[in-house]
Write a new protein. Sequence first.
Length: 43
Amino acid sequence: MEGIREGAFFRLLLSSIAVLFLLLAMNPGRNFRSAAAKLPVEE
């Protein structure tokens, strides 16, 4: 039973990572640029 539960958790983790990458691919860099723009940049 332990192995089955661990496998299900691993698949859930993998699918969530896949969804995250899919969202990043749909709008490439937009979220990253907006988040980076909020950070104070010293020149």
